[in-house]
Design a protein around this ligand. Sequence first.
Ligand SMILES: [Zn+2]
Length: 224
Amino acid sequence: MNRRHAIIWAFFITLIPLNAWGDAGRIRYPAIEGRVVKVLSGDSILLETGQRVEQVHYIGVRTPRMEERGEGALDYTRRSFLLNTELVGGKIIHLEFDIMQRDPAGRLLAHVFLLNKTFVNAELLLYGYGVAVYTPPNGMYRRLFARLEHQARSVGRGMWRVPNNTPLPRDGFRGPYVANRKYKIFHRPHCPWIQGIPAPESARFQSRKDALSQGYLPCQHCKP
Ligand SMILES: [Zn+2]
């Protein structure tokens, strides 16, 4: 934990000027404090604040969902939940807001900070347990988030880990392959798990070597 916090502190030094310059003229909601009563997923919680319990969704980070489990994400759905629980479970936290405070479902959209200033949204990305997402108009830290995701990917942290060996398929299948850019998983073209991939997040590879060399991992379901 100490080294992790040291890393986060290093980021905070770079965050201070972002805060000072980036927010001028923005509509701001005051920060609120509350106690986490339940961790719902890797990127959402229930927060008790005053007399209310609010559902809070983290800005800028999306952790793997159960429905994406066919892409090997099941394990990381659980792990991102556990990391979020370790970070915020039962704790008093601060929420800071961007331009839009609530989503259409009424959930709070927030940057989440521990009392020791750990930036939870950033931690999840830094340790490779989520992808950076930009949902306009909330983009105060989008460059930082993209950088952290890139950093986690480039060193293979968390769900970006590349195993040392990926066994060849027993039936001799040799492509072509369909891949999910977001989670960097490649599939056989008939795998049911490719049906949910939005077109902009889909990629094709002619060879297994191409996919592996770009950091894609084989699907645990269709084992391409
Ligand atoms: Zn598959």
